[in-house]
Write a new protein. Structure first.
Length: 244
């Protein structure tokens, strides 16, 4: 006997089951939402690009002590009221970095209305005498100023001082390796070549250093050696130092 078929009858007035949206309608809705979001973002960017509410009102200069603030502002070339988003920070930093005393420069937008300029200045580690005056050189050998050097800055004597000169680089590297208590005693660094570095102390004694090789070892040897009487202290071969 064949079983009877059963048919369920929906009560009158009952709601029909919700129809699931088709895949196409979901995709269309997603595209529309995405387009609306993109339009909103572009609108906000457009407002920020042109809005006077997000424009330059203040320039903050950090780290410039020897460089006059007026020189930094002149190099920035920023007009008050320029929208912050229109400030080319990389180009502005490059312009300020052209100042001789500037070792590095960073320019930042600080919302809502400030441009911050952070400057790292060059510091003299040696000076050289030239016909036009005393030139200060930084740790990279860059000549950045013609002026009297700071106190206790040693004179550098070398044929061609500058950032690309091996003898200049060797002399500065030797100075950096010295113990602080010896560093302040150095009045002159002589470097005819990169392998012939010597130091003349304020009291006239001479330390023959030689090359930059094993400078750590030489720095440890030279201090006790200087307690001995003599005029010339040779640590070019630090395992066999001599005094004469």
């Amino acid at each position: 006997m064949t079983p009877a078929a059963t048919t369920r009858i929906r009560p009158r007035g009952a709601a029909r089951p919700a129809r699931r949206p088709s895949g196409r309608s979901v995709r269309v809705r997603t595209v529309l939402i995405g387009a609306a979001v993109v339009a909103a973002v572009l609108g906000l960017i457009g407002i920020a690009w042109l809005s006077p509410l997000l424009s330059v009102r203040t320039v903050e200069v950090v780290g410039a002590t020897a460089i006059p603030q007026e020189d930094v502002l002149a190099r920035l070339e920023l007009a008050e009221g320029t929208p912050l988003l229109q400030v080319d920070t990389a180009a502005a930093a490059q312009r300020v970095a052209a100042l001789p005393r500037a070792a590095s420069v960073r320019v930042q937008r600080v919302y809502p209305s400030t441009v911050r300029v952070t400057v790292t200045e060059r510091e003299a580690v040696v000076f050289v005498d030239a016909p036009d005056g005393t030139h200060s050189l930084d740790a990279d050998g860059v000549d950045f100023a013609v002026e009297p050097p700071p106190m206790l800055t040693p004179r550098l004597v070398t044929p061609a001082p500058g950032p690309g000169d091996p003898a200049t680089a060797a002399a500065i590297e030797v100075l950096a390796a010295l113990p602080p208590e010896l560093r302040v005693q150095v009045g002159e660094v002589n470097a005819p070549s990169a392998s012939e570095v010597s130091l003349t102390l304020h009291d006239g004694r001479v330390v023959v250093w030689g090359t930059v090789d094993r400078s750590d070892r030489k720095a440890r040897v030279v201090l006790p050696l200087l307690t001995q009487p003599g005029q010339t202290y040779d640590v070019a071969a630090p395992d066999l130092p001599t005094v004469r």
